[in-house]
Unconditional design. Structure first.
Length: 113
């Protein structure tokens, strides 16, 4: 797993799982703590994630909210989009390129098919 970027925008490359969660959490929290406004997290290079990795994203979302910031997910892989919808996390997380679903919440683009 590699994370590149700064306090305005970051990208996760590789795997976000139980083995990389502690390092990812530390880097993402440092980015949240060191900036203002939206923190854009590009997931286009994410190859694999597990529940621990999803927990890192949710923890970063909560931390950003406490500091008056917003975590925005960009280039979310299709499988993760489906997981966010299945767990209803798409209603909580900001996903760039989201579209309204028939019930008034938002779905990431491509999650409706």
């Amino acid at each position: 797993m590699r994370i590149i970027g700064d306090h305005r925008g970051m990208a996760i490359l590789g795997r976000l799982d139980v083995r990389s969660a502690a390092d990812a959490r530390a880097l993402l929290h440092q980015a949240v703590d060191g900036g203002q406004g939206d923190l854009v997290l590009d997931l286009g290079g994410l190859e694999f994630w597990d529940a621990t990795g999803l927990g890192v994203i949710m923890g970063t979302h909560r931390r950003a909210g406490r500091l008056g910031r917003r975590l925005v997910l960009r280039s979310v892989p299709a499988q993760l989009q489906r997981l966010l919808v299945a767990t209803r996390l798409h209603r909580i997380l900001a996903v760039e390129g989201a579209v309204p679903d028939p019930y008034g919440s938002t779905l990431p683009l491509g999650a409706t098919s």
